[in-house]
Design a protein around this ligand. Structure first.
Ligand SMILES: Cc1cc2nc3c(=O)[nH]c(=O)nc-3n(C[C@H](O)[C@H](O)[C@H](O)COP(=O)(O)OP(=O)(O)OC[C@H]3O[C@@H](n4cnc5c(N)ncnc54)[C@H](O)[C@@H]3O)c2cc1C
Length: 381
């Protein structure tokens, strides 16, 4: 077993860390406060090859592998969760089009996702009445000659208002067994009948957008079908397996950012005549946090390694996402505690880390859904 990163993986991690330190971290608090979408930084990140990290060069990707992608997501997450989630979803959209799309679709959309011409990509499964139970969606797509006509509403779609392309799921066969009659579609921004609804006001990830998307007799050429009719739910689940590596990775980054900050703070702040870092209760929080985060990162990297090598990784991706996001949340709570009352103020970044990290336990499958996946994978063997 080799725990060493390759020279290229280290180089990518260091390059992303350097970029994030200089360009993302300095604006993270302000963008959070202003709820400002980071167009400029996303464009720069595209130029660095961070939007198509598992996409071959012929489509504009950097094809550096899933482990390097995970390391990059951790470094971006360390600086700003909003930049990280936008990057993660855009990578996921490029990958799914690459995996299931026609040649025409790939040539039309993937280069624009990779080079930043599209500020982002989005994927739209969740609907107002169904999230975890994704097979229960109600948006419909009816074939009418050479077109599908979509009707329905999606909610809480990351980058919905900025995405150049959206992958949306809809029911094409109402009579099919649950999950079997769903198909996926690749839909361009500006398609008539496809509009953006309200933006959610949210606790964290405030520099990323979260939108309602509305399909009102939206006619799209039937060539926009991704994969085959009825294959949509399988595509979604496969896509989410990979997405969970990205979210686990960025959560690890948030956790490290929180404890790095708190560990420095306790060396400087004094109580009872000595630095807080001299108290055993504080030292244990430092020790536990770094130990748990390193364990989380190993799980995430293992899932990334399996995916990179073409091995089964569904269970491992869910374990990694579950453990990494819950660990990072626990660490962020400790970081607030270590700063005392100041941890609860916006003068310091730890309250933002906590607000951001909570989101990671919810999207791309809640912690409960990850446990369902893990148990199902274990018990069926
Ligand atoms: C920041 C953010 C970004 C998002 N981005 C996207 C996006 O880009 N695209 C997209 O399609 N969606 C997105 N979502 C939506 C997200 O995927 C859903 O919120 C999530 O899947 C949960 O669905 P729900 O909110 O409907 O909760 P529900 O499904 O109503 O669940 C509510 C609670 O019940 C629990 N629960 C549900 N079923 C079970 C069960 N069988 N056993 C035990 N517990 C259960 C859940 O774990 C949760 O705790 C995003 C959400 C957030 C917060």
């Amino acid at each position: 077993m080799n725990f060493n990163l390759t020279a290229e993986q280290k180089m990518i991690r260091d390059m992303v860390r350097d970029f994030a330190e200089k360009n993302i971290k300095p604006v993270a608090a302000q963008y959070d406060e202003e709820k400002r979408f980071p167009f400029e930084n996303l464009k720069k990140m595209a130029k660095l090859g961070l939007m198509g990290m598992n996409i071959p060069g012929e489509y504009g990707g950097s094809e550096v592998g899933v482990v390097a992608y995970s390391l990059a997501m951790t470094e971006i997450g360390r600086a700003c969760a909003s930049h990280a989630v936008t990057t993660s979803v855009t990578n996921m959209v490029a990958e799914v089009i690459h995996e299931f799309g026609t040649e025409e679709m790939k040539r039309r959309h993937i280069p624009k996702l990779c080079n930043g011409e599209y500020p982002a990509g989005s994927f739209a499964i969740t609907e107002p009445h169904t999230g975890s139970d994704a097979a229960n969606i109600e948006t419909t797509a009816v074939l009418d000659g050479a077109h599908y006509v979509l009707n329905g509403r999606k909610t809480m779609i990351t980058s919905g208002e900025h995405a150049g392309v959206t992958i949306a799921w809809a029911v094409t066969d109402k009579r099919a067994k649950k999950g079997k009659g769903i198909s996926a579609f690749v839909i361009e921004r500006g398609t008539p009948g496809f509009t953006v609804g309200r933006a959610e006001e949210k606790m964290g990830h405030r520099a990323s957008s979260l939108n309602e998307l509305i399909f009102d007799n939206c006619r799209i050429p039937k060539e926009c079908l991704l994969g085959r009719e009825g294959e949509g739910f399988t595509i979604a689940m496969m896509e989410l397996d990979g997405g969970r590596i990205g979210i686990g990775s960025l959560a690890v980054g948030i956790g490290f950012a929180a404890i790095d900050f708190a560990a420095q703070y306790v060396k400087e702040r004094e109580a009872f005549g000595q630095p807080l870092s001299k108290f055993e209760a504080i030292q244990w929080m430092v020790a536990d946090s770094y130990t748990e985060l390193e364990a989380a990162q190993l799980l995430v990297l293992r899932a990334a390694f399996l995916k990179e090598n073409g091995l089964q990784f569904t269970k491992e991706a869910s374990m990694a996402k579950l453990f990494a996001t819950e660990t990072a949340r626990r660490v962020a709570i400790r970081a607030v505690q270590m700063l005392g009352g100041y941890g609860y103020t916006t003068d310091y970044p730890v309250e933002r880390y906590l607000r951001d990290v909570i989101g990671t336990t919810l999207y791309e499958g809640t912690s409960e859904v990850q446990r369902i996946v893990v148990a199902r994978e274990i018990l069926r063997h």
